[in-house]
Design a protein around this ligand. Structure first.
Ligand code: TYM
Length: 344
C-alpha cells in the first residue's frame, strides 16, 4: 500500500480541502503499521507521500512573492492538520524534476480525445478556450505523472479529482501495453462517502473553492471563531425546518451540505443529525454547527499560526521531503525512459 496525494498551494486551505481530502490523508498516515512508520522518516520507502502541487499552480496567475509564500504556508497548514513529516514524505513538486520529466514522457501516451473529455479543463477554461494556457490542458497528464512516479496504490482525494485518476489509470494501462512492461501500478481513488464534495455556503450547487471570489462562500482553516460563526450564520439556507430523516433533505442542497458537514465533524450520520434537530429551523441548527466548526478548527489554526513564520523549519522539512521523494521516484523514472528506448 502506497498512499499519495497533492494539493495546489494557492490561497487558503478551506473546509472542502480538509474534509474532502486532508482529514483522510492524516487518517491514512496514522493507520500505517508501526514498523513501517518507524523507518519511514529515514528512508525513501515511506508509504505516504503528500505534496504541494506548485507546478500545477502555474496554471493560475500569481506574483513571484505570493507563490513563494504560498508553498511555505501550505506546508505549515498540512503539518497543522496532522501531517507528520517524520512519518510521511512531505515535499513540493517543483523540487523533484522527475514529475516534469515523466509528464513529458506520458504526453506521448495520453490521447487528445481523452484530454478533451476532462470536465475540470472545460470548467476552468470557460467559454474562451483559445486563451487558456496549454498548461491547463496538460494539467491532468502532470497529475498522472505525480501518481505513477511513486507506484501509488491509494490516492485520497475529493470527488472533483475522480476523473483525473481514471485518466491516470488509462495512461498507465496504455503505457504498460504499448511498451510491453508492467511498470506502472494502477491507483485507486479513495473518496470519502459523506464529504466527497463540500459545497459553497452561498450556493449549495457549487463546490466550495479557493477561486470563489466571495470569502463568505468558504470556511478557511485560518478563520477565527467569530468569522466562522458569522459565515455559518449568513450561509444560504431555506425556510423549512429540518426533517426527521436525511431522505427529507432531497432537493435542499444547502441544508444537505450543512447537515453533512455537521455529521462528519460530530462523527455521526446525516440521519442521526436530522433526528437530533427534527422540526427545528436553521436558527437553532446554525449556532450548533458554528460552534462545532470553531471547536474543530481552533487547534489547527493555533498550530498553523505557530508554524507559519518559522521559515527555517519549514524549508528544512521541505528539503528533507524533496530528497526522499526524488530517491523514491528515480527507479520508476529510469524504467520509463528505458521502456521507451531513450538513453538517459
Ligand atoms: P486541489 O488543490 O484543488 O484540492 C486539494 C484536495 O481537496 C479536494 N477538494 C474538495 N473536496 C471536497 N469538497 C470540496 N469542495 C473540495 N475542494 C477541493 C480535492 O478533491 C483534492 O483532493 N489537481 C489537484 C492536486 C493534485 C493531485 C495530484 C491530487 C496534483 N497532483 C496527484 C492527487 C494526486 C488539485 O488541484 O487539488
Amino acid at each position: 500500500m502506497r498512499v499519495l496525494s497533492g494539493i495546489q498551494p494557492t490561497g487558503n486551505l478551506h473546509l472542502g480541502n480538509y474534509l474532502g481530502a486532508i482529514r483522510n490523508w492524516v487518517a491514512m498516515q496514522d493507520e500505517m503499521p508501526a514498523a513501517d512508520t518507524a523507518s519511514a522518516g529515514k528512508d525513501a520507502d515511506s508509504r505516504c507521500f503528500f505534496f504541494l502541487a506548485d507546478m500545477h499552480s502555474i496554471t493560475v496567475h500569481e506574483s513571484r512573492e505570493q507563490r513563494l509564500a504560498n508553498v511555505r504556508d501550505m506546508a505549515a497548514a498540512l503539518v497543522a492538520c496532522g501531517i507528520d513529516p517524520d512519518r510521511s514524505v512531505l515535499f513540493n513538486q517543483a523540487r523533484v524534476p522527475a514529475h516534469a520529466e515523466l509528464c513529458w514522457l506520458l504526453c506521448g501516451t495520453a490521447r487528445i480525445g481523452w484530454m478533451n473529455r476532462m470536465t475540470q479543463f472545460k470548467d476552468k477554461a470557460g467559454k474562451n478556450r483559445d486563451s487558456a494556457s496549454v498548461g491547463l490542458y496538460v494539467y491532468p497528464v502532470l497529475m498522472a505523472a505525480d501518481v505513477l512516479l511513486y507506484q501509488a496504490t491509494h490516492v485520497p482525494v475529493g470527488e472533483d479529482q475522480k476523473q483525473h485518476l481514471e485518466l491516470t489509470r488509462d495512461i498507465a494501462i496504455k503505457f504498460n501495453t504499448d511498451f510491453g512492461v508492467e511498470l506502472f501500478t494502477l491507483p485507486d481513488p479513495i473518496i470519502p462517502r459523506q464529504t466527497a464534495r463540500i459545497m459553497s455556503l452561498r450556493d449549495g450547487t457549487a463546490k466550495m473553492s479557493k477561486s470563489d471570489p466571495s470569502d463568505m462562500s468558504r470556511i478557511n482553516l485560518t478563520d477565527d471563531t467569530d468569522t466562522i460563526v458569522q459565515k455559518v450564520r449568513k450561509a444560504k439556507t431555506d425556510p423549512e425546518p429540518l426533517p426527521g430523516e436525511a431522505a427529507g433533505l432531497a432537493g435542499r442542497p444547502e441544508a444537505q451540505n450543512l447537515v453533512g458537514i455537521y455529521a462528519t465533524l460530530a462523527n455521526s450520520t446525516p440521519d442521526a443529525v436530522c433526528a437530533q434537530f427534527a422540526g427545528q429551523g436553521f436558527g437553532a441548527f446554525k449556532p450548533a454547527l458554528g460552534d462545532l466548526l470553531a471547536e474543530t478548527l481552533a487547534p489547527i489554526r493555533t498550530r498553523f499560526l505557530a508554524l507559519r513564520d518559522d521559515h527555517a523549519a519549514l524549508d528544512a522539512l521541505l528539503d528533507k521531503g524533496a530528497q526522499q521523494a526524488a530517491a523514491a521516484a528515480e527507479p520508476t523514472l529510469r524504467a520509463a525512459y528505458d521502456a521507451i528506448g531513450l538513453m538517459r
